[in-house]
Design a protein around this ligand. Structure first.
Ligand code: F6R
Ligand code: ZN
Length: 186
């Protein structure tokens, strides 16, 4: 029995994405993102110029077992590494048969998704838009706007995260600066 086997509520600020009294706060800075961008020199320059925060995730310590739902607030800062917009690492769920829902509450960008057999999709994220990542689809957020991209995410608590495959293989598309719309490049 944990604190989270009884009902509870928690406040969330949709303007900032900050959750009240989170049990876990994950902070990823530029230096945590080596290997993820097309232009490693631009990433090193960013690290040398102050190593800014890329994104933060706020979570409650819901028990990671079947039946529970994990939820979090994800706040991805605006910015670019060279011409490539800031992104989250992205992952498959370890339990591949688990989906995830993202509700965007601020900012603008994409949820980029892919499967192991080569399918991919880029769903637009903007305030009030919900995006569904079905079972088997790896997912990564990308901020193409000038404000933080703020999402509320919910997924089965036993899902687990598999970053290794993305770290080695990446995604079939990158999202680069472009006018009037961002460019999706191979
Ligand atoms: C959880 C989930 C999100 C991400 C968050 C950070 O399954 O998809 O909460 O964890 O947006 O991205 P990653 O985990 O890829 O660094
Ligand atoms: Zn996920």
């Amino acid at each position: 029995m944990s604190n989270y086997d009884v009902p509870f509520g928690v406040g969330v600020d949709f303007e900032t994405g900050v959750m009240d009294n989170p049990d876990r706060v994950i902070t990823r800075r530029a230096s945590d993102m080596r290997g993820y961008y097309a232009n490693p020199e631009a990433l090193e320059a960013l690290i040398a110029s102050g190593d800014p925060i890329h994104y933060m995730v706020y979570e409650k310590a819901i028990p990671e077992r079947q039946g529970h739902l994990l939820f979090c607030m994800s706040v991805l800062q605006p910015g670019r590494v060279g011409n490539e917009y800031f992104l989250t690492k992205g992952h498959y769920h370890t339990e591949v048969d688990t989906a995830e829902t993202y509700l965007c509450v601020g900012g603008r960008g994409y949820l980029l998704m892919k499967t192991e057999d080569g399918q991919w999709a880029a769903e637009k994220m903007e305030k009030g838009r919900m995006v569904y990542a079905p079972p088997l689809w790896a997912h990564r957020s990308i901020n193409t706007g000038s404000e933080p991209l703020i999402s509320f995410c919910v997924y089965p608590a036993h899902a687990g995260h598999n970053y290794g495959d993305i770290q080695t293989q990446g995604f079939p598309r990158r999202i680069m600066q472009g006018e009037p719309e961002p460019r999706l490049v191979k």
